[in-house]
Design a protein around this ligand. Structure first.
Ligand SMILES: Cc1ncc(COP(=O)(O)O)c(C=O)c1O
Length: 395
């Protein structure tokens, strides 16, 4: 079944799956001090070192979490709380196109803890505006608790100017959190070259099991924990460490980083073919996001006059799986906050379809999609757009 939703999740790497299953049946509690506990602890620490080597940072900077959402929550809430200790720093500067795992904790802090969330605007390509970020910092650099900007966007694939953002944050000694969930394995991440403070990674985007992930924390910035309990990841996170998950994540990160250049080049060739063919076969469509600085496996189209959801369902009926940029609420398509931040109109936003490629994607599958997509768009256009019909929904 041609699957084009690798940004949502991708299948487990066979070697990773093998290691995961092996440890599932053996692992004791890594906090126990008997022999089996010590063996489990050794597995966790080997994985931590493996990740440290791959990302080029010290293993002590790595904290295991149960996924990307938890790592993002820990960074946003934890940095915010810890930055209030010596003085009030209410402002959180967050890019307008962040994943909800970053945006929602920031807005939650606004509701519950007196935070002031200021959105860093993006341009039409979905890239943050560095001048606007500079202006936001300059308003008063001493009252900013943290800055959060993702490395690459999960919807439109635009890659952010992370090196410049790091320099800016470093210059003002403001902690910077970077969500690298979509970047790892697709873009080069070398933490010996880039001095960032906080970085989130999710396992299931790179072939590790669901609900595995990690937060990298550096440069002396501390987080207050979100989860309290046994203090297993000292002063940062409580909860029994998922030994088999940590081992799987260690291997998945090592493989993703080692194969990144080759993987990116292969996906980019397939992606460019898809963009070229669809743009010439389907009238009235545009590619959203940055055409140059873009994740190698991401394509994101808007097909004017058709609803993205209809195209998704029509392809699904033929065994081809894609995704849309819109969320469905009470049967009515809601536009993506990412596309709206890029300044597109509602019709443009809800006619969007995201097609993301991954390790298992073949050229045959891409050709199948190129054959089927034009007809799906034509049929969806006959059905028209289901926008602004909220009044028709009774509940
Ligand atoms: C950019 C980004 N951040 C965070 C997450 C959340 O990660 P997880 O699914 O591991 O909780 C995702 C998942 O879609 C993502 O794409």
């Amino acid at each position: 079944m041609p699957y084009f939703d690798h940004a949502a999740t991708t299948s487990m790497v066979p070697e990773v799956q093998k290691l995961f299953v092996e440890h599932l049946t053996q692992a004791a509690n890594p906090s126990s001090i008997h022999n089996s506990g010590r063996k489990a602890r050794a597995i966790v620490e080997v994985a931590r070192e493996q990740i440290g080597r791959a990302l080029k940072t010290h293993p002590s900077h790595i904290y295991f979490t149960a996924g990307g959402t938890e790592a993002d929550n820990l960074a946003v809430k934890g940095l915010y709380w810890s930055r209030q200790k010596d003085k009030a720093r209410p402002r959180i500067l967050v890019s307008a196109i962040e994943h909800h795992a970053v945006l929602d904790p920031a807005h939650w802090l606004e509701k519950t803890s007196g935070a002031i969330v200021e959105l860093i605007p993006v341009n039409q390509k979905g890239v943050i505006d560095l001048d606007e970020l500079t202006k936001l910092i300059a308003k008063n650099e001493t009252d900013v608790a943290l800055i959060a900007v993702m490395w690459a966007n999960n919807e439109v694939g635009s890659v952010q100017p992370i090196e410049e953002i790091v320099k800016l944050a470093n210059a003002h000694q403001i902690p910077l959190h970077v969500d690298a969930v979509q970047a790892i394995g697709s873009l080069e991440i070398d933490l010996s070259r880039i001095n960032l403070d906080s970085l989130a990674i999710s396992g299931h985007k790179i072939g590790a099991p669901h609900a595995t992930g990690l937060l990298v924390l550096r440069n002396g910035f501390k987080v207050d924990p979100v989860l309290h309990g046994g203090n297993q990841e000292p002063e940062v996170r409580s909860g029994t460490i998922n030994t088999a998950g940590a081992a799987a994540l260690g291997l998945a990160v090592e493989l993703a980083v080692a194969k990144q250049a080759q993987h990116a080049a292969r996906l980019q060739a397939l992606r460019d073919k898809l963009i070229k063919e669809i743009s010439s076969l389907v009238p009235d469509c545009v590619v959203n996001g940055d055409l140059e600085n873009r994740l190698p496996g991401n394509t994101h189209f808007s097909f004017f006059g058709a609803s993205g959801d209809s195209i998704l369902m029509l392809l699904d009926q033929q065994g081809i799986e894609v995704s849309t940029g819109s969320a469905c609420s009470a049967g009515v398509a809601q536009p993506s906050h990412v596309l709206m931040a890029m300044g597109v109109d509602l019709f443009h936003a809800i006619s969007s379809v995201r097609i993301t490629l991954g390790t298992s994607t073949t050229e045959t599958e891409v050709n199948q999609l190129i054959t089927k997509l034009p007809q799906a768009v034509a049929t969806a256009r006959l059905a028209g757009l289901n926008v602004g019909k909220k009044e028709a929904v009774k509940e």
